[in-house]
Every structure is written in structure tokens, then in C-alpha cells.
Ligand binder design. Structure first.
Ligand code: TRP
Length: 334
């Protein structure tokens, strides 16, 4: 019999208008891992409620994100792509795990500190217990690996701590998940300030390539990218702008830094920036086309959403029932 594949779990918040960093740092890696693992990809809409949302916009963004996941190459027939809020087990397990998490642990979370500083008028309890809900997401599916960016590593650590603590009391209930940190493309920086991460909320629109930007805008933004005055395409800590462009180019083309340096030897930054802009535009064009088709085909997308929520519910219920039983909650009479 064929050996069962390991389980991979990941997700993004539902608010993201995706930018190139989300794509190269997360989504594209996920697509590459799909054959090797049994994959669950959540759209983390409950997590998004930790920040006040405009309901109509929020709902629309969450739908767009689903379409973008699929357009980028995640397969709703092979992978499980679903909304966190469609599977009530996330909130239910989240509550139980709250009771196995110490305030001292949550107090140490750097994202909580950062977000509290940023949203000083709305430091809600959800923001505080955010990592526990994330632990529930991962543990419900018995995930072996979780691809996350560097900023989420601490959350994965606490997930492992909570799971280990629970297992020590009740036996082997949860798989202890490992982080999966992608090789390249993990950190795409702003085109205008290459010492800062690329972010969709950057005030300068030239800093960020949005996944749905048209070809002309993409090329124009790369042309304006901040570099340096050396005029040599070379990778190095002293050249954050060029190094960032090289990272982008290399992640898309698969070329190594040495190959890129050779390719652009004796040529100016103008040529290089154009090549990067064109390769990004070429990479995104089919995704954008597929995205438009998906957004136009309501019935197909709705059907994917429904079927995948059923799959996720079925799978996660097994873990949830086991947990409820272990902690001694009374079984439901059916
Ligand atoms: N906190 C993650 C982020 O902001 C999103 C997320 C929620 C997540 N639950 C998850 C990622 C479970 C991986 C696994 O990027």
C-alpha cells in the first residue's frame, strides 16, 4: 500500500489584498508543496476579526482571496481550501486550548505587543488569544508541517508547547507540527525602502507590487525601484535594493545569484529592472486571467467553497471529538 502523505497546514488572514511578498514568500511555495503533502489551506477570517473590519469589504476580500488561492495553483479538488469560520471546530478547540495556555506565555508574544501598539484603541481579548486559535487551526488537522514566515515562528513554537502539554496529560492526541521555512523568496522587501518588508499597507504605492496590478504598473514600479550608485548587478548586504530585485528574479526564474550576475555583467540597472519587471508580469499574467474567470463563475467557486468546508469539517471533527472525550466533556446523545 502506498505510504500516506504527511499533512501540511497553512493559511493567511482574509484581509490581505495579496502583494508579491505574500505570493513569492507563501503562496508559490505552497503550490510547490502540494504534491508532496496532503494540504489544508485556510482563509483565516476569524483571526481577521481581531482588527475592526468593514463587513462588506471584508466579505469581498475573503472571496477574492479564495479565488486567488485557486488562481495561483492550489487545487480545490486535491487540496482542502476553506474558510476557518465555516468549521466551528476551530473556535471550539480554541476555547479548550485557551484553558491549557498560560497568560505568561501569551504575554511574551511579540506580535501581540506590536499589534497592541498599533491598535491602542482596540486591544481586545481576541488579539491576546490569537496564537491559541492558530494552534487550534494547526492541531485540528494533525498537521506535520506548517509553512510560515519568520514573523509566525513564535506562534508555531507556542503551538508545539500547547500540544506537548496536552499530550503529556492525555496521551498522544496531537501531532507536534514542524515549521517549514522556504529557501528563497521568504522575505521580499519594499521597492522604495529595501530595508523594510514589502507591505500592502505601505503609503507609497510604488513600494508594493499587488498581485492584481496590471503589466504597465508592474514594470513602472520596478523601473522606479530604489537601488544604489554602483551600477553593478551584484548580491550583497551593502546593496539591499539590488539584492531584493535579485531575490525576486531568482525566485521566479530559478536562476542562482551567480547566474544573474553573469547575465547582467556590463549592463546597466535599467536593463535589469526591466527584466525583473517583465518576469514578474509574465508570472502574474496567467494567475490574473484565471482569477478573473473564477470571480465570474459564481457557481463553480461556491461549489468549491461548500465541498471543501465539508471536507475540512469531516477531518477536523475526528480530532475535536477525541479532545472533548479526553478532557471529560459529556458525549452528545445523537
Ligand atoms: N497568523 C498567520 C499570519 O498572519 C495566519 C494563520 C492563522 C496561520 N492560522 C494559521 C498560518 C495556521 C499557518 C497556520 O500569517
Amino acid at each position: 500500500m502506498e505510504k500516506e502523505k504527511k499533512i501540511l497546514y497553512s493559511g493567511m488572514q482574509a484581509t490581505a489584498t495579496l502583494q508579491l511578498g505574500n505570493y513569492l514568500g507563501a503562496l508559490k511555495n505552497w503550490v510547490n508543496l502540494c504534491d508532496e503533502y496532503d494540504c489544508f489551506f485556510g482563509i483565516m477570517d476569524l483571526h481577521s476579526l481581531t482588527v475592526r473590519q468593514n463587513p462588506a469589504e471584508f466579505r469581498q476580500n475573503a472571496r477574492k482571496l479564495y479565488a486567488l488561492y485557486v488562481a495561483a495553483g492550489l487545487d480545490p479538488e486535491k487540496n482542502c481550501i476553506y474558510y476557518q469560520s465555516h468549521v466551528s471546530g476551530h473556535a471550539e478547540l480554541g476555547w479548550i486550548l485557551d484553558c491549557f495556555t498560560y497568560m505568561g506565555e501569551l504575554n511574551r508574544m511579540t506580535q501581540f505587543k506590536d499589534k497592541s501598539a498599533k491598535h491602542a484603541d482596540n486591544i481586545n481579548a481576541g488579539l491576546y488569544t490569537y496564537p491559541v486559535l492558530m494552534a487550534a487551526d494547526i492541531l485540528l488537522y494533525q498537521a506535520d508541517v506548517v509553512p510560515v514566515g519568520a514573523d509566525q515562528k513564535q506562534h508555531l513554537e507556542i503551538t508545539r508547547d500547547i500540544a506537548t502539554r496536552f499530550n503529556n496529560i492525555y496521551g498522544d492526541v496531537f501531532t507536534i507540527p514542524e515549521p517549514y521555512i522556504g529557501k528563497t523568496g521568504a522575505r521580499i522587501m519594499s521597492l522604495q525602502d529595501p530595508t523594510k518588508k514589502m507591505s500592502k499597507s505601505d503609503e507609497n504605492i510604488n513600494s508594493t507590487i499587488l498581485l492584481l496590478d496590471d503589466r504597465d504598473s508592474i514594470i513602472r514600479k520596478f523601473k522606479k525601484a530604489v537601488t544604489d550608485s554602483e551600477a553593478i548587478v551584484r548580491y550583497g548586504d551593502d546593496k539591499p535594493g539590488i539584492s531584493n530585485l535579485m531575490n525576486i528574479y531568482s525566485t521566479i526564474t530559478g536562476k542562482t545569484n551567480e547566474e544573474i550576475e553573469r547575465e547582467f555583467e556590463g549592463r546597466g540597472y535599467g536593463d535589469f529592472k526591466l527584466a525583473v519587471g517583465e518576469c514578474v508580469a509574465d508570472e502574474l499574467a496567467p494567475i490574473q486571467k484565471r482569477y478573473e474567470e473564477l470571480m465570474a463563475d459564481k457557481a463553480y467557486l461556491n461549489n468549491c467553497i461548500k465541498e471543501n468546508a465539508d471536507k475540512a469539517r469531516y477531518f477536523s471533527n475526528k480530532t475535536l471529538r477525541k479532545v472533548q472525550k479526553k478532557v471529560g466533556l459529556t458525549e452528545q446523545i445523537r
